[in-house]
Design a protein around this ligand. Structure first.
Ligand code: C2E
Ligand code: CA
Ligand code: CA
Ligand code: CA
Length: 278
């Protein structure tokens, strides 16, 4: 193994080599990290247009004993490439279910939780039965769960994914199209899919105040969502101006640092309690 690494030094250019070595490190550290429970979930609140608490998006975090804090953008692709995604994906789902049960108990009420699915997870042959089995085991109704999927994931293999999406929907699970507008999906494809929510990508929100075309994209996405009877949520809301603009466009929900950063489960319970007491 180390011999292969040394040889590769001569082949790769500096940056490629660094990326390669870093990914090898991440791959190895992740194996230990999963065993040692170094990964945990944080929850970013989602706020309805009327200002009330709607629910959360679950986001994974990793404080590695070897590498320090590693962002999900860095280790999710490595987990996929190295075949660790089935284990990581289940770890994420099971940790999230355990956390939301606890928070639900503290708050005395249920709330919506969105879980991100990586490209490979939906293609695991037993994903639907696994997910539905866990839901039932943990006593969480489908209507309180949303799965966030990306356009590229669906484009890869619509015929095999479609029955699975319908199975999940028959148990009440909600489906959200994440990062909408950045991929390659056609509108006709969108119409065929049992999607409940469109999530406007942060890049449009970032640019909406200064860039007319980004603004028009954001507005068009809301219109598309409404026409297809989907809810629309805007992510990455950081300022009141962005919130006002997206509210004007008719967005149903909002998420972003303007309201709250992703919170650990204790802080989330505090956030919601305060919000509910307003
Ligand atoms: P995403 O699904 O688009 O998640 C939104 C990202 O934007 C999160 O970054 C969130 O912390 C960040 N964010 C939210 N509001 C704001 C804001 O107002 N300003 C800014 N600058 N950022 C904001 P995070 O947690 O680092 O996650 C990055 C990506 O990693 C996610 O993008 C998602 O693709 C992936 N990811 C994170 N957690 C999971 C997971 O549990 N499973 C899977 N499969 N992917 C995950
Ligand atoms: Ca997401
Ligand atoms: Ca997103
Ligand atoms: Ca994004």
């Amino acid at each position: 193994e180390s011999k292969r690494l040394k040889n590769s030094v001569h082949i790769f250019k500096d940056t490629m080599q660094e990326t390669y070595l870093r990914n090898v490190n991440i791959e190895q550290a992740l194996r230990g990290g999963l065993e040692n429970h170094e990964l945990f979930m944080v929850y970013q609140p989602q706020i309805s247009a009327d200002g009330s608490f709607y629910g959360v998006e679950a986001l994974v975090r990793w404080d590695s004993s070897i590498l320090g804090s590693v962002p999900p953008d860095a280790f999710i692709p490595v987990a996929e490439a190295s075949g660790q995604m089935p284990i990581l994906g289940r770890y994420i789902i099971e940790t999230t279910f355990a956390d939301i049960k606890q928070i639900r108990h503290t708050l005395g009420r249920s709330f919506s939780t969105s879980i991100n699915l990586s490209a490979r997870q939906l293609l695991e042959p037993d994903f639907a039965s696994y997910f539905i089995g866990k839901m039932q085991q943990e006593n969480i109704e489908g209507r309180w769960l949303t799965l966030e999927i990306t356009e590229s994931l669906l484009i890869e293999d619509i015929p095999s994914v479609l029955p699975l999406l319908h199975t999940l929907k028959s148990y009440g699970v909600q489906l959200s199209m994440d990062d909408f507008g950045t991929g390659y999906s056609s509108l006709s494809m969108l119409r065929m899919l049992p999607i409940d929510e469109l999530k406007i990508d942060k890049s449009f929100i970032d640019a909406a105040l200064t860039d007319k075309s980004a603004q028009q994209m954001a507005q068009s996405i809301v219109t598309i969502g409404k026409n297809l009877e989907m809810d629309v949520i805007a992510e990455g809301i950081e300022t009141q101006e962005q919130l006002e603009m997206l509210t004007r466009f008719g967005c149903d929900r909002f998420q972003g640092y303007y309201f709250a950063r992703p919170l650990d489960k204790e802080d989330l319970a505090h956030f919601v309690k305060e919000k509910l007491s307003l």
